[in-house]
Design a protein around this ligand. Structure first.
Ligand code: PNS
Length: 162
């Protein structure tokens, strides 16, 4: 079965240039890409799912990325993938520290549905240190985040921390 459409799930709290780099590279490989903003129960997000979807949509528009659908989802990723008829899950991989968690998720998802493959994109070197948590921390304490996120994301963070 060809891997024509893919889903890129994550907390995206908020989306960063690291995520956007993965999106740019994934749309070159797949015919269609859906970004799934997942209500991750393991984390306590700063933004609601609705806010994270809107922030991601604005960020993609600001970066001139068209044709990528952003949805919110609360439930099992595999069910979301099936309901959108995709056969590939895209994930970005940074350092060793990501590996155990990604390995566990990929194997769990394959166990839940072996027709859906997880595909990893190695981070761009310049974003290998970047995470949504770091961005939030730097902004919360008044630091400069222009090289980490698009301006619309920076504004959303500024409003949140007002
Ligand atoms: O950006 P994150 O926080 O690393 O993304 C993790 C995410 C949201 C992809 C993961 O927690 C997830 O898929 N959650 C949905 C629940 C689920 O399907 N769990 C079983 C697979 S581990």
């Amino acid at each position: 079965m060809p891997l024509s459409n893919a889903i890129y799930p994550g907390s995206f709290d908020p989306i960063t240039y690291g995520h956007i780099d993965i999106v740019r590279r994934a749309i070159r490989l797949f015919d269609g890409l859906v970004i799934a903003v997942v209500a991750n129960p393991r984390k306590k997000p700063l933004f609601s799912v609705t806010e994270r979807v809107r922030i991601a949509e604005n960020a993609l528009a600001e970066c001139d990325i068209c044709g990528v659908k952003v949805i919110g989802y609360d439930g099992l990723l595999i069910d979301c993938a099936k309901s959108h008829n995709v056969h590939a899950i895209v994930r970005g991989l940074r350092a060793n520290s990501d590996f155990d968690y990604e390995f566990q998720m990929a194997l769990t998802n394959r166990d839940l549905d072996s027709d859906i493959e997880t595909v990893f994109f190695m981070t761009a070197g310049c974003y290998s240190f970047l995470s949504s948590s770091i961005v939030k921390e730097v902004k919360r304490f008044g630091g400069e985040i222009k090289s980490f996120v698009p301006e619309s994301v920076e504004q959303a963070l500024a409003q949140k921390f007002e």
